[in-house]
Design a protein around this ligand. Structure first.
Ligand SMILES: [Zn+2]
Length: 490
């Protein structure tokens, strides 16, 4: 948690009552898909498309953060622009950004905004593969897939609130995402859209002069990542880019149909790996981590203990804990306001949230105020909210539960609120993120031996996936191999 925006959103469906998402897009006419030349029902004009992207971009950047390395940003941006110049919409104002996010994902907003996570970058092996991912996303933008999705949605709902319609009530994570921009980014494409984006991506990769043969490997890797994560957690690439049947075989057949030869063309393995040497890998504990039910934030030097047995989650914008019965929740965020009173007033702005009694949070070393509240909507909820001032920031600790069960939780959340304190343990303050390191091996060796000689802080399965080899593979002499160092939590 290190961003104050977007504001906290209750992330449970029974609390959807507290959520109001608002964006009603104006309606327009029909247009021609630039990639296919076919006419399609399009209720959104190019100008609106660009406007949507421009408005949503700050939300994406606030939610994930930009990877703080201008050299990598420039590198990705330059490659992206080369590819976009080969597309059917070369004159769009294209933007390519590397997000500081460990999830393996890439996505695009309408109007020319393409995002790639450091998580996916650490799994790629060459410039050809990077171009494959960027080209695929450019393909979604060129073919106006998300704009088209929105058009369909609008048609179906005749101008209802888009955000509420897109919200999958079963998906707690998506429900927790604030703002239309986030939902725009996580629109689920159809398999037809995916096929088309694959085709277009390959086309741009080929036109830009890359050896296209590594591209299918990207999709293999993404499949392995998804399989290794067990399909749990936050949305990754496959959650929003459903794999068309036989994607890899299809791409390979298309590559065979392209005019070769490819042998003289760059794959850019060495330059790519040198570029990502030192890239942050996995969750960054500097931005907060859990040990048991205690949350530590080294960069802010804070800690807080959530109730025993609650399920916890740390995201960029909030730290959340959910009771085992899923009938109560705590959400820890930064407030936008500059004083405790202003933050409290902002919280109670909504008509549906009613002020209750004051309470004094027992927080040592920080000034704080607290108040009980009730909120009504689809369901009545009760809760306590505390605002804490320190570190030149205002923090908000929101707790709530169903009306009927709240009394069971009241004491426990008050105790949890009171556990908020300065982090002074040097072991936790000094925690560092894991980094990718590139090693050149002078002789052939099995991956297992590589792991012994150059130990990584990830297991052999992860090491195999990020190097795009099988666990039993032998690495040829002279190759560059990825390892992961550091990041251990004491
Ligand atoms: Zn896609």
């Amino acid at each position: 948690m290190d961003r104050s925006y977007p504001p906290p959103r209750p992330s449970n469906r029974w609390l959807a009552a507290l959520v109001t998402l608002g964006l009603v897009l104006p309606l327009t006419a029909c247009s021609v898909n630039p990639a296919t030349g076919r006419s399609q029902l399009m209720l959104i004009s190019e100008a609106q498309e660009i406007q949507m992207g421009r408005e949503a971009d700050p939300q994406i950047v606030a939610q994930f953060g930009l990877y703080p390395d201008q050299k990598i940003q420039d590198y990705v941006s330059a490659l992206g622009h080369d590819l976009a110049a080969e597309s059917e919409r070369p004159d769009l104002e294209w933007h390519f950004k590397v997000l500081d996010d460990p999830l393996v994902n890439a996505f695009a907003l309408p109007g020319g905004y393409v995002y790639i996570t450091r998580g996916i970058m650490s799994h790629l092996e060459s410039e050809s593969e990077l171009a494959g991912v960027l080209g695929h996303e450019i393909g979604h933008v060129v073919a106006r897939h998300s704009a088209n999705q929105l058009s369909k949605q609008q048609l179906a709902t005749a101008g209802l609130i888009v955000g509420a319609v897109l919200l999958d009530p079963e998906d707690r994570y998506l429900a927790g995402l604030a703002g239309v921009g986030m939902q725009l980014a996580f629109l689920k494409f159809s398999r037809d859209d995916e096929r088309q984006a694959d085709d277009l991506g390959l086309r741009y990769l080929d036109r830009a002069g890359f050896d296209p043969r590594p591209m299918p490997e990207v999709f293999n890797t993404l499949g392995r990542v998804a399989a290794a994560s067990g399909g749990s957690g936050m949305p990754n690439w496959l959650a929003t880019h459903p794999a068309p049947e036989n994607r890899v075989g299809r791409l390979e057949a298309q590559i065979a149909d392209l005019e070769g030869p490819f042998d003289g063309r760059p794959v850019g393995r060495e330059p790519y790996l040198r570029e990502i040497n030192g890239l942050t890998f996995g969750d960054d504990p500097r931005q907060g981590f859990f040990k048991g039910n205690v949350f530590y934030h080294p960069d802010l030097a804070l800690q807080i203990e959530f109730p025993e047995g609650w399920k916890t989650q740390n995201t960029r914008s909030a730290v959340m804990a959910l009771s085992p019965d899923e009938d109560a929740m705590m959400v820890f965020t930064l407030a936008d306001q500059e004083s405790l009173e202003a933050a409290e007033n902002a919280f109670f702005e909504a008509d549906t949230v009613v002020r209750g009694e004051r309470f004094a949070p027992a927080i040592r070393g920080f000034s704080s105020i607290g108040r009980s509240f009730e909120a009504s909507g689809q369901m009545k909820v009760k809760g306590k909210v505390a605002f804490i001032e320190g570190k030149n920031r205002i923090f908000q600790l929101l707790t709530y539960g169903t009306d009927a069960r709240w009394s069971r939780y009241d004491d426990r959340v008050v105790q949890a609120i009171g556990s908020f304190e300065e982090l002074t343990d040097r072991r936790f303050l000094g925690v560092q993120s894991a980094k990718l390191r590139i090693v050149k091996i002078d002789r052939a060796m099995p991956l297992e031996e590589f792991q012994r000689r150059y130990p990584s802080s990830v297991d052999l399965t992860t090491l195999a996936i990020i190097n795009e080899v099988e666990e039993g593979a032998t690495l040829p002499a002279g190759t560059l191999v990825k390892r992961v160092v550091g990041g251990e939590i004491p």
